[in-house]
Design a protein around this ligand. Sequence first.
Ligand code: PEP
Ligand code: MN
Length: 353
Amino acid sequence: MSWLNKYDRPVYIAGPCSAETEEQVIRTAVDLNATGKVDVLRAGIWKPRTRPNSFEGIGSVGLEWLVNAGKETGLKVTTEVANTKHVELALNAGIDILWVGARTTVNPFTVQEIADALQGTNIPVMIKNPVNPDLQLWLGAFERFEKNGVTDLIGIHRGFSVYNHAKYRNVPNWEIPIALKEYRPETKVICDPSHITGNRDLLLEVSQKALDLNFDGLMIETHPDPVNAWSDSPQQLTPKHWGELIDQLILRTTELPKDVEQLINDLRLDVSTIDDRIFDLLRERMLLSEEVGKLKRENSITILQQEHWRKIINSRLAESSEYNLTPQFVRKVMDAIHQESIRHQTRIMNLNK
Ligand code: PEP
Ligand code: MN
C-alpha cells in the first residue's frame, strides 16, 4: 500500500532540480501551490553531478528550507538520498518522502546501505530506474528495501543513458517500465520527463505519452528562473508554465465503455488473426533458411554471407516508409529474423557432423 493510492488521478511532483537559496525554494513552492496542480514539492539537496566543479548541491542546510516550504504550503516534500548520512539527516529534518537516484540504483552496495539505514521506518521511497537499461537492477532495488520492511515504494522512470542521442537526454525505452509493471503489478510508477528529455520543449509530448501508457504520475523540474538555474537549466519550467503544461494534458481512462469494448475486441480478434499469419510465415521462412543451411553445409560455405545480408537489410530499410514503418522498427525486426535464421542454420550445420 502506497501513499499514492489515495489519488484517483495522476500524482504531480514538481520543484527545482536543486535547492539553491531559501528564497528560491519558498518561491517555487508558493507559486506551484498557487496553480493548484501539485501534490509534492521536490528539490535536490545533494546533487550527483556527472563532472566535478559543477554545483553539487547546497547540502544539509537546504533540508530546512524544503521542510519550511512544505509547512508554508501544505505540500509533501521529497529529496534524493544517496548514502547513510543523507538518510539520517533527511529523516531528522522531517522530509516526507525520499527518492533514490538513477546513479544509486545501479549500485547494489549503495542501495543496500540506504535500505539498512531505513530499516524500522516505513517512510515512502521512490526508486528511480538505474541509468543503464537493466530491469533486474531496478527490481533488485525494490527487493532490498522490501527485505528490510520498507514497503511503501514506487518507481520513477527517468530514461536510460546513451551516448549522444539526437532527441533525448536519456532514452525512454518504455518497454522497461512496462516490464516493471508486469513483474510488480501493484507497484505505482511515475514518469520523470525532465530527465528523459533534458529539454523543456519536449516535456508535454513525453508527459502525455506517459499518461497514455497509464503511468501513475509525473515528476517535473520547475524553477522560478530556469535560464539561471544552477543545474539542469534547459529542462526546467517556471511554475506558471508547469500549470499550463498540466492543463494541456489529456487524462484518459483505462475503463472501456461496453460498446467501445465490443468494437475493440472485434479489432483485436482481427489483429490476432494477422499475428497468427505472421507466425505461420515465420515458421515457413525458417524452414527455407534450413534448406539454405543444408546446401551451405554440403558445400562448406559459411553461414553468414556478409554482402548478401548487407543488400537485404539496406533494401528493407529503404522500403520502410512504403510500409508505413520506421527504419528503427524495420531494423529491429530484420535483425531478429536474421538472428533466428542463423540459429536454424547453425542447428543444421551441426547435424550429422
Ligand atoms: C534529479 O532528479 O534531479 C536527478 C539527479 O535525477 P536522476 O537520478 O534521474 O539523474
Ligand atoms: Mn535534475
